[in-house]
Design a protein around this ligand. Structure first.
Ligand code: TPP
Length: 663
């Protein structure tokens, strides 16, 4: 049992490390770590199950600092608890280049940071995903191997962001009762009191979304402990509204936005030391308090060892499957299944929309990769993301492999990140490419973190037709290609779709998006190749030596490119066609390969039913481009292609005009 006096000093260790680090860095957020120090102390010293020496123990409890600006809270905790990755020097180097103690917590910088946070609200979504993954894996592997809590600490900002509602309503619906969210209810944000902008009854909101809600004094360790124990017994996810004072202990700035996002200043820190009775120099933690924290870090060693014994005693195939999946490795059956499927496609030569081709590929994939977990934001029938293996998950039955996310794209993308971060599952989603805008902040974070989530993005151009310009992506491929470390695919037929899926699944450390058509497309890869040609990013679909013309295209515009080629060849112009399913993979090829693919034809032309941005890389700034330069329109899709001049005839006319000009 930790005495009140000891609790206070343990919490003060967090407070002083945080304010001293912010002061030294001359930037950062001392207010939240100071205000939430009591919550963190009770949680980490008494309840959270984890082992600093085995930080990736799969059945550890997860903790998400959704209010990422309070990063010093987690850095202080990790140092105090004895995680090797965060030393006192790292705390002193808060926010400096190369230090794991970045401005906001970054996944991969140090063990114990379960996700990257900072964009407010994302962490709540991630926590919901982690809790969902826990429930799913517990169903699959049993509570001997998977049974842990997911905790999150959110601020007013996280709760104000719309994404929080998307995430909490799904969590409430699915009764994710091992999810426990603390709301650091300090009534302050940057502009001042929260009352300037918000009068939501948060407890009522969470209750209405199916949550258990508790309201406590966030500086009372007993109340915090009781709340956690009550939450652990709940049959629903729990919100613990913890009333706190931002910048707790600071004589003048506590309770004001002055404590939020800037150093307290020397005088105020001296005053805080006095007010809280902390005589230590900056960055010094008294040895008895450091010992108490290090002891807290040892609390779960026994649990961890017992878990390891249970894993060792599990049936061989169960243990191997669990380990393989937690390591993020694909099963051996995967590659041969894709190869056999590609062979079959070369025989069948189907004419299908690539969204349908994606479903066909998924039928094969889901049959051999049990860790995929699909879903859609209420567009299952349009996205074709559900296969025969993927029964829906329901509040009472997590044996399924399909999540009906509801109309919640942003929540879905953040939840998928949480599922991937948890490990053991590979989430893929379904949505319209146009609404990738609604997922973008979470897709960006997936790319920043380097995690495997796969977004199925259908209805990828004006080719969707009658739904019109509100639904027709124009700038979206360019916008998604702009995100570093994201693979953005636009396959041209069923074979390329299978190959893009294969690549996306093989990316253990980056997310992918696959843009797919609504309209039917013929098979253009008619000859079977065991090699995955899409892995080159761009490749010769139809080669020609000394080609006068090279046509670059993606997805549905490959069909147009092939038709244009035939017309050009008939007119005596030797023409190559290059399929470009993935810009990013192309950039990773050797210089020699890239030079050869781009080639030196007299005329280079690109065809994509989107904007030109990015294409000059292939065609040069003087190249020809057939695509969109504004928004689409509502009409049958064939008419739209004519209307916007995305046709083989238009391509041929442009090429011949250029050849004529040059002659
Ligand atoms: C999506 C997003 N918008 C804006 C910000 C900038 N920002 C960081 S903290 C903050 C205020 C958050 O207030 P609160 O959650 O109450 O945190 P506290 O003041 O209690 O530290 C804002 C607007 C952000 N990090 N993320």
């Amino acid at each position: 049992m930790i005495s009140r006096e000891k609790h206070d000093r343990m919490a003060n260790a967090i407070r002083f490390l945080s304010m001293d680090a912010v002061e030294k860095a001359k930037s950062g957020h001392p207010g939240l770590p100071m205000g939430a120090a009591d919550i963190a102390t009770v949680l980490f010293s008494r309840y959270l199950t984890f082992d600093p020496k085995k930080p990736d123990w799969p059945d550890r409890d997860r903790f998400v600092l959704s209010a990422g600006h309070g990063s010093m809270l987690i850095y202080s905790l990790l140092y105090l608890l004895g995680y090797d990755d965060i030393t006192l020097d790292d705390i002193k180097n808060f926010r400096q280049l190369g230090s794991p103690t970045a401005g906001h917590p970054e996944y991969g910088h140090a063990a114990g940071i379960e996700t990257t946070t900072g964009p407010l609200g994302q962490g709540i979504g991630n926590a919901v995903g982690m809790a969902m993954a826990e429930r799913k894996l517990a169903d699959e592997f049993g509570s001997d191997l998977v049974e842990h809590y997911t905790y999150a600490l959110a601020g007013d900002g996280c709760l104000m962001e719309g994404i929080s509602q998307e995430a909490i309503s799904l969590a409430g619906h699915l009764k994710l009762n091992k999810l426990i969210v603390f709301w650091d209810n300090n009534s302050i944000s940057i502009d001042g009191p929260v009352s300037l902008t918000d009068s939501t009854d948060q407890l009522a909101r969470f209750a209405a979304s199916g949550w258990n809600t508790l309201d406590i004094d966030g500086h009372d360790p007993d109340a915090i402990a009781q709340a956690i124990e009550a939450a652990q017994k709940s049959d629903r996810p729990t919100l613990i509204a913890a009333k706190t004072v931002i910048g707790f202990g600071a004589p003048n700035k506590a309770g004001t936005s002055g404590a939020h996002g800037s150093p307290l200043g020397d005088k105020e820190i001296v005053g805080t030391r006095k007010a809280l009775g902390w005589a230590e120099e900056p960055f010094v933690v008294p040895s008895d308090i450091l010992d108490a924290w290090r002891l807290a870090g040892l609390r779960s060693v026994k649990d961890r060892k017992a878990w390891e014994s249970r894993l060792a005693e599990a049936e061989n195939d169960v243990r191997l499957a669990f380990e393989r999946r937690m390591n993020g490795e694909l099963p051996g059956e995967f590659e041969p299944a894709i190869t056999a499927y590609k062979k079959k496609l070369a025989e069948d030569l189907p004419t299908v929309a690539t969204r349908k081709a994606s479903e066909m590929a998924l039928e094969v994939i889901n049959g051999v990769v049990p860790e995929t977990i699909g879903g859609s934001a209420d567009l299952t029938g349009s996205n074709n993301t559900r296969t025969s293996q993927t029964k829906a998950i329901t509040p009472d039955d997590f044996s399924g492999r399909y999540i009906h996310y509801g109309i919640r794209e942003h929540g879905m993308a953040a939840i998928m990140n949480g599922i991937a971060l948890h490990g053991g599952l590979i989430p893929y989603s379904g949505g319209f490419l146009i609404f990738s805008d609604y997922c973008r902040p979470s897709i960006r974070l997936a790319a920043l973190m380097g995690i495997r989530v796969i977004h199925v993005l259908t209805h990828d151009s004006i080719g969707l037709g009658e739904d019109g310009p509100t639904h027709q992506p124009v700038e979206h491929m360019a916008a998604l290609r702009a995100i570093p470390n994201l693979l953005m695919f636009r396959p041209a037929d069923a074979v390329e779709t299978a190959e893009c899926w294969e690549i996306a699944l093989e990316q253990a450390k980056r997310p992918s998006g696959i843009a797919l058509t609504r309209q039917n497309l013929p098979t253009v890869r008619t000859d079977f190749t065991e090699e995955n040609l899409c892995a080159y990013g761009a490749y010769d679909l139809v080669s020609a030596s000394d080609a006068e013309v090279t046509i670059f295209a993606t997805g549905s515009e490959i069909e147009i490119a092939l038709e244009a080629r035939q017309m050009l060849e008939a007119n005596g112009h030797t023409t190559r066609v290059v399929s470009v399913p993935c810009f990013e993979l192309f950039e990773e090829q050797s210089l020699e390969y890239k030079k050869a693919v781009i080639g030196d034809s007299r005329v280079k032309i690109a065809i994509e039913a989107g904007i030109r941005q990015g294409w000059d890389r292939f065609i040069g700034s003087d190249g020809l481009f057939i695509g969109m330069s504004g928004f689409g329109a509502s009409a049958p899709y064939k008419e739209l292609y004519e209307h916007f001049g995305i046709t083989a005839a238009a391509a041929v006319a442009a090429v011949e005009a250029r050849l004529h000009d040059e002659a």
